[in-house]
Design a binder for this molecule. Structure first.
Ligand SMILES: Nc1nc2c(ncn2[C@@H]2O[C@H](COP(=O)(O)OP(=O)(O)OP(=O)(O)O)[C@@H](O)[C@H]2O)c(=O)[nH]1
Ligand SMILES: [Mg+2]
Length: 424
């Protein structure tokens, strides 16, 4: 039996440190909000973080395929030129590369702290609705009932369920809470709030076999397959991921495996061009075929990260399973061990429905991680905990807004900070 006493104090320290990072960066850059610092960071991409992810735009140019072909020709020309170059010019190139590497390393270091502050600020902002709803009500509850009572428990239970923590999770949680109240002889609800935060945190970190790391290929392209029902945010998440990996200096390609929905291919193509990623797609064809051809290209182009979009219809489970089986087979034939990740995208605003989707998808294909989108649009941020306990697949990314920079690696500490910072 593990005793978790004192965890709350540790959490408090973590939260204090987060606040410190934000304050330090604000001071360094002499700004009032971290948002203003964003202007200072430089990203090597056409798309700015201000760009939002509308899904209703009409792309002005359709023939990106041709562009990729042209790029390829350019590359070949360059290669030929290189061969003709003198040796010393090659060396100069190497030195230039080293300088560039050093510059890049410096840049990364300088911005690491800013990035951390930005991450914290994004969690803070993106979880505002949940914080306002859930946490402020929790505090109010402590004011309404100063002593623990059956009525207090009832209202607490309702609060948690409304925050989409999930019925089973809530039941287990309430049992543990009652035990602790009994064992630790807690009567004061103000102190109980600390125990609640403690226990919610434990739900997530307990039995910590879940890794939120993205499984990267040791060699060759890393293939990330995105699945999920209609409108959850698959395509825009691909755009955000492309933006993230481009900023990390990776060569990114998007493959349009959603060949059914009108406009889906063009939508992705537009995102490829905005994020300066390579693109492969054809409308009205078999997704597996497109993916096959796309992966050939990805290998030829020595791409680091391949992001594959898929159609989101779950009208028939058997069909979807067959489709995904076929897609997986094709991917595995092109690149052994791929897909390296199959990310299920869930819309947090759909609450328990999202949990059901996760359960259904888990049955038909090997989901390696979850992307929880639109957390900014809901007061039901407790869904993160429900996913952990009821689906047991790690949440790898969360969407906290519509900007390119609003997709964040899931970080339990930042999440706890975003939820409970006002309580500390
Ligand atoms: N507020 C907010 N909106 C988001 C987030 N992620 C995605 N969206 C919006 O959700 C809408 C649907 O996103 P898409 O990426 O087109 O969804 P999809 O899963 O590809 O949809 P289909 O291709 O129709 O299956 C868009 O308007 C996005 O801007 C998020 O984290 N926060
Ligand atoms: Mg889509």
């Amino acid at each position: 039996m593990v005793i978790y006493m004192g965890l709350f104090d540790k959490l408090k320290n973590i939260l204090k440190k987060k606040e410190q990072v934000v304050e330090e960066v604000k001071k360094e850059y002499n700004v009032d909000t971290i948002d203003e610092v964003k202007e200072i960071s430089v990203y090597d991409s056409d798309a700015t973080e201000e760009e939002t992810l509308e899904d209703d735009y009409v792309p002005d140019d359709v023939s990106l395929d041709e562009e990729i072909m042209e790029d390829e020709d350019d590359d070949i020309d360059e290669d030929e030129d290189d061969d003709e170059d003198e040796d010393d010019i090659d060396e100069d190139d190497d030195e230039d590369d080293e300088d560039e590497d050093e510059e890049w390393a410096q840049f990364v270091k300088e911005h690491q702290k800013v990035q951390e502050a930005q991450d914290i600020a994004t969690y803070d902002k993106g979880l505002e609705k949940t914080r306002k709803e859930f946490v402020s009500k929790l505090s109010m509850l402590g004011v309404k009932y100063t002593k623990v009572s059956p009525e207090y428990y009832d209202e607490l239970e309702e609060l948690l369920i409304n925050a989409d923590v999930g019925v089973n999770t809530v039941m287990n949680f309430m049992d543990r809470l009652r035990d602790r109240v009994k064992n630790e002889k807690i009567t004061d609800t103000k102190y109980l709030n600390e125990v609640i935060v403690d226990e919610l945190f434990i739900i997530y970190v307990d039995n910590d076999t879940l890794s939120d790391k993205i499984n990267m290929a040791s060699e060759g392209p890393t293939v990330i397959l995105m699945v999920g029902v209609n409108g959850v945010g698959k395509t825009t998440t691909i755009a955000k991921l492309a933006y993230k990996y481009k900023n990390e200096g990776k060569k990114v390609m998007m493959i349009a495996g959603d060949t059914f929905r009108a406009g889906a291919v063009k939508q992705l193509e537009e995102w490829a061009s905005r994020t300066d990623s390579l693109f492969y797609g054809k409308e009205n064809t078999d997704p597996a075929g497109v993916i096959f051809d796309g992966l050939v290209k990805a290998k030829e182009e020595d791409v680091d990260i391949v992001l594959i979009d898929t159609a989101g219809r779950l009208q028939n489970k058997v069909n979807l399973m067959k489709e995904l089986e076929k897609v997986n087979k094709v991917i595995g034939r092109q690149i052994p061990d791929a897909p390296h990740e199959t990310l299920l995208v869930i819309d947090a605003t759909t609450g328990q429905n999202g949990i059901s989707q996760a359960v259904a998808f888990k049955e038909i294909t090997n989901i390696t991680g979850i992307v929880l989108t639109k957390l900014d649009g809901t007061a039901k941020g407790g869904i993160v905990l429900a996913i952990k306990e009821e689906v047991n697949i790690p949440v790898k990314f969360i969407g906290l807004g519509e900007k390119m920079t609003d997709l964040k690696t899931f970080d339990i500490e930042n999440y706890i900070y975003g939820l409970f910072k006002d309580m500390m």
